[in-house]
Design a binder for this molecule. Structure first.
Ligand code: FE2
Ligand code: FE2
Length: 143
């Protein structure tokens, strides 16, 4: 397993936590498939899923940050954009025929999600705690 879900990753905002868990699950599957080197097309499907779910998650998060006037919103969006660019670059490039690149990608994904959630996402959690008190009441279904 590439990433083990731990309570330290939990933001306390239900939908965000569900989305983060989903992303971790896709990254673990990707890692597994790169290791067993079974089916290159499955790797591509998983990378596609990763991109779709990531964009969906970032959209949720960015709308939430805007709604609650998060002061570091712009910097946070830039971090998301960097990630999307990186995943897009590698999207059709990693296959069972290119194992070394696959390993580098999953290592990158692991470091990125760990650092991003623990550092950047937790920063907005700290901010919300200061200004909104109840994380359970934070709205994430913003149109
Ligand atoms: Fe984020
Ligand atoms: Fe996030």
């Amino acid at each position: 397993m590439l990433i083990k879900w731990e309570t330290k990753f939990e933001t306390g905002i239900n939908r965000i936590d569900e989305q983060h868990k989903q992303l971790v699950a896709i990254m673990n599957k990707l890692h597994e498939n790169i290791i067993i080197q079974k089916d290159g097309s499955l790797v591509n499907d998983l990378l596609m899923d990763l991109k779709i779910y990531t964009i969906d998650h970032f959209t949720t998060e960015e709308k939430m940050l805007k709604k609650y006037n998060y002061p570091a919103e712009k910097e946070h969006i830039e971090e998301h954009q960097k990630f999307i660019n990186k995943v897009s670059e590698n999207l059709f490039d990693v296959s069972s025929a290119n194992l070394a690149k696959g390993y580098r990608l999953v290592e990158f994904l692991k470091d990125w999600i760990t650092d991003h959630v623990l550092m950047h996402d937790m920063e907005y959690v700290t901010h919300f705690k200061k200004h909104h008190t109840f994380l359970a009441e934070i709205q994430t279904d913003i149109l």
